[in-house]
Write a protein that binds this ligand. Structure first.
Ligand code: HEC
Length: 320
């Protein structure tokens, strides 16, 4: 004997199963896939989409033929005529309006809300004092740094961060006769290389060229690590930016990296969202903890490039 569920119950069961999948199934699977200690729930709008699509599909299914429609309506008609017993009809017909009324009441009734708390963008309660006077060690090359840079440049030996090694090697294969530093094709660098070719370059142009090389590497690191959130234009509009409730910071905005000392920027980049104290809530920051992936020198290179790209200068630490 073939077991057959009538159209009415097919519709009801399908609705319940789809709702169950969206409400509990997907979060449970997400937990398995991501390995996170909590499930990722389906956003309300998406739930609404799924349920609306299901209702449309069921509507097509039920109205596909007169036979389907009659089969679907039959139990409803029988119920309304009291064929399943008058008490059951009375109970269902009084409970349904109550449930709907309660739903509407809970949506429209004003709820008691917690007073909204403001988020502090630059909290300092756990900011280590010793960072306060830190200066970017890469912003002002020492005479020894410059001498070493000139000596290396003379023999065509240039040190690059490991993240750039492969790209520079590729570029050198394409440009076998070029000085490796001309990969950084900015005016101060080209002026320095010009002087290098014609004899002894002066300290000033070498310093400018060394800074150019550092900025170049900082920009590359920025593009690899920060751009997805903070954007090409450093305006906090990277391709991933819209995904976060607490938006990635717009560095060109006056209230951001310009109002903090470099040591603070370094601390924020080093410890990211996980390093923030509670004043920086209610929303959690998605800013990663860069000490896990970038060396101290690489973080300073990025900060150098970050201020340069944003055309901003850090706040000068107050002298006590
Ligand atoms: C996953 C997205 C994401 C990535 C990638 C990311 N950030 Fe952020 N960043 C944020 C968010 C969100 C904030 C705002 C909340 C906060 O201050 O933590 C932020 C804030 C900051 C701030 C604080 C600015 C201020 O004025 O308080 C700095 C500095 C910063 N990011 C630098 C960087 C650097 C440098 C990188 C790359 C090494 C980077 N970020 C990569 C999301 C990101």
């Amino acid at each position: 004997m073939q077991f057959k569920i009538n159209r009415f119950w097919t519709v009801v069961i399908t609705l319940l199963v789809v709702y169950g999948l969206v409400r509990w199934g997907i979060p449970a699977v997400s937990r398995q896939i991501t390995g996170l200690p909590f499930p990722l729930s389906v956003p309300g709008t998406l739930k609404f989409f799924y349920m609306t699509l299901t209702v449309i599909a069921l509507f097509l299914f039920v109205t596909y033929s007169d036979e389907n429609l009659n089969e679907f309506l039959a139990p409803i008609k029988r119920f309304l005529r009291g064929e399943f017993g008058k008490p059951i009809r009375a109970v269902v017909l009084s409970i349904l309006p109550l449930i709907i009324g309660w739903q509407i009441y809970s949506i429209t009734a004003p709820a008691v809300e917690l007073p909204s708390s403001l988020r502090i963008q630059h909290p300092s309660s756990n900011f280590p004092k010793k960072f306060e006077t830190l200066k970017n060690p890469l912003a002002n090359p020492t005479d020894a740094d410059i001498e070493a840079f000139i000596a290396d440049a003379k023999i065509g030996q240039v040190a690059w961060i490991p993240q750039l090694q492969a790209d520079i090697e590729f570029w050198q294969e394409e440009n076998p006769d070029a000085h490796p530093l001309s990969a950084v094709a900015t005016a101060p660098m080209l002026a320095f290389l010009d002087r290098l070719q014609n004899g002894n370059p002066d300290q000033e142009s070498a310093k400018a060229a060394l800074l150019e090389q550092r900025l170049f590497q900082g920009r590359a690191l920025y593009a690899m690590n920060c751009r997805p959130c903070h954007g090409d234009s450093v305006a906090g509009d990277g391709p991933m930016a819209d995904g976060f409730k607490l938006r990635p910071i717009n560095f060109t905005d006056n209230g951001t990296i310009e109002t903090i000392v470099e040591g603070y920027t370094f601390w924020r980049v080093t410890n990211g969202g996980p390093g923030l104290p509670t004043e920086a809530t209610p929303w959690d920051s998605a800013m990663p903890q860069w000490k896990l992936n970038l060396t101290e020198e690489q973080r300073w290179l990025i900060i150098l490039a970050e201020y340069d790209l944003a055309q901003k200068t850090p706040r000068i630490p107050e002298s006590h």
